[in-house]
Design a protein around this ligand. Structure first.
Ligand code: NAD
Length: 479
């Protein structure tokens, strides 16, 4: 049995309330561990530890901070196997995905911000004619809160923590209660890397108890949140009136726009990934596929054939393409959309739950392709966040642009075309924070990352993250 504990002031603790949550393994449906459901008092202890560590950490040299972050990154790489196995078991994702994407990216997050902080500088402005010089300090905020979701557990957790501590803040962090395992393991590595006690504190529990205590804490200065749009709306309503700084990375319903002049084979292969990687549980997945009419029938046939070949199986099997859905309730939510599709649309492939021998109680389902007759239907307007995509043909560029933008979300978009002018025109007009042309999920950690509309506010990545986790103070000196 895995017993997750809170990591506060460098030590591991049971929750003060002694309240625990069961931890389910999605690949077999069994309970395999327990996780604290931390109370306001636990969050307060985490805050006190962070607040006590802040005066020294915020004055620690950049070189020292950078060295510690690099050490954490190195330790993550050295413990790749253990972390990948834990992530796969907790989340249901294929182990080869955890090994090649999730954990390496978590290590990169620490390494990237270890380097970035040494290059982050303040500006100065000479005010000509006034004999004055202005310089702008960028000071850490103090104690900040980081809250992350279950789909890319350690990847997204560290994407927040690394810039926060690199910039000199101390952190109270909460991973998703559905996937707490790797965040728990991270605490041990932070101690080994020599991260001073209290700089990072990890409290586990439900959003409505532990998460709520973080966002309502009067002295936590900022909230960096990744999760659903509904939760983001709630967080904004609580933290906004307290004037906390907020970065909200929320849901998506991303268009994947395919023109006839694209590099077809590359598009087809990538579209299988952008549809079903991580069981379709990536906020950047292209879940609405729009295909130019002249290649629609060919694409439909080729796409369905390729998707039918994907292997659904136990996450520990290296041959598995599609692992388990993260939880039973999430599987049921996805299936409710499929029931709706059965009545109103054309399911081209998939749509059923799958029973895996010896793991019959696991949460498996087929990757599903649905042909819809309009962009207005729920299947094209609501985030399903599972292995389900819709396809629909279009005739004209204007028509597809209108459909792509006709949705409340605006996280990412993918465009497949070899017409440079068209790609420039569409990239400019599309309502999304991230646009990929002839690729998908190609990430350079220096670039701004985040969404528009109901996909959130604020940007992560590169200096944007370091700006978020610092506040500017301008000093004007007259000489
Ligand atoms: P969620 O909103 O249910 O939970 C996210 C986190 O918020 C969890 O840690 C949860 O415990 C916490 N939380 C819930 N209620 C809270 C409250 N009242 N106060 C404080 N914290 C609270 O989201 P989820 O189901 O874990 O994740 C899936 C969602 O995340 C999808 O909508 C997906 O699109 C989104 N997502 C977005 C991005 C992005 O970068 N934009 C990345 C990954 C996932």
């Amino acid at each position: 049995m895995l017993k997750v504990q809170n990591y506060i002031n460098g030590n591991f603790h049971d929750p003060l309330s002694d309240e625990w949550l069961d931890n389910y393994c999605p690949s077999d449906g069994k309970i395999y561990g327990i996780t604290p459901n931390s109370s306001r008092e636990d969050v307060e202890n985490a805050y006190i530890a962070a607040q006590s560590a802040f005066p020294v950490w915020s004055q620690t040299t950049l070189e020292k901070r950078s060295q510690i972050l690099l050490k954490i990154s190195e330790l993550l790489e050295n413990n790749l196997q253990e972390f990948a196995a834990a992530e796969s078991k907790d989340n249901g994702k294929p182990i080869h995905v955890a090994k090649s994407i999730d954990i390496p990216r978590a290590a990169s997050n620490f390494r990237f911000f270890a380097h970035a902080i040494t290059q982050f500088s303040s500006e100065s402005h000479h005010t000509t004619g006034e004999n004055a010089i202005n310089f702008t300090l960028r000071q850490p905020l103090g104690v900040v809160g980081c809250i992350s979701p279950w789909n890319l557990p350690l990847y997204l957790f560290t994407w927040k923590i690394a810039p926060a501590i690199a910039a000199g803040n101390c952190v109270v962090a909460k991973p998703s209660e559905i996937t707490p395992a790797t965040a728990f393991l991270l605490g041990k590595l932070c101690n080994q890397a020599g991260l001073p006690k209290g700089v990072l504190n990890i409290v586990h529990g439900l959003g409505k108890t532990t998460g709520q205590a973080i966002i309502k804490h009067p002295d936590i200065k900022a909230i960096s949140f990744t999760g659903g749009t509904k939760t983001g709306t709630h967080i904004a309503s609580v933290a906004g009136p307290m004037f906390k700084k907020m970065s909200l990375e929320l849901g998506g319903k991303n268009p994947n726009i395919i023109f006839a002049d694209c590099d077809y084979n590359n598009m087809l292969e990538t579209t299988v990934k952008s549809s079903f990687a991580n069981q379709g549980q990536i906020c950047l997945c292209g879940s609405r596929i729009f295909v130019e009419a002249s290649i629609y029938e060919k694409f439909k046939e080729d796409f369905v054939n390729k998707v039918k070949k994907l292997k659904i199986g136990h996450p520990s099997n290296n041959e598995t393409d599609i692992g388990a859905i993260v939880s039973k309730s999430h599987l049921n939510k996805i299936l409710s959309y499929i029931d709706f599709a059965k009545k109103n649309h054309n399911i081209l492939s998939g749509g059923h739950v799958v029973s895996i021998k010896n793991y019959e109680n696991g949460y498996y389902m087929e990757p599903t392709i649905i042909e819809v007759n309009s962009n207005d239907c729920d299947l094209n307007q609501e985030e399903i966040f599972g292995p389900v995509v819709t396809i629909i043909p279009f005739e004209k560029e204007d028509e597809v642009l209108q459909m792509a933008n006709q949705v409340k979300y605006g996280l990412s978009a993918t465009i497949w075309t070899n017409d440079l002018t068209r790609s420039m025109r569409l990239s400019h007009q599309i309502e999304a924070g991230v646009v990929w042309v002839n690729t998908w999920m190609l990430r350079d950690l220096r670039t701004p990352f985040g969404g528009t509309k109901a996909s959130g506010v604020g940007r992560e990545g590169g200096f944007e993250a370091l700006r978020f986790f610092t506040q500017s103070k301008n000093v004007c000196i007259k000489y």
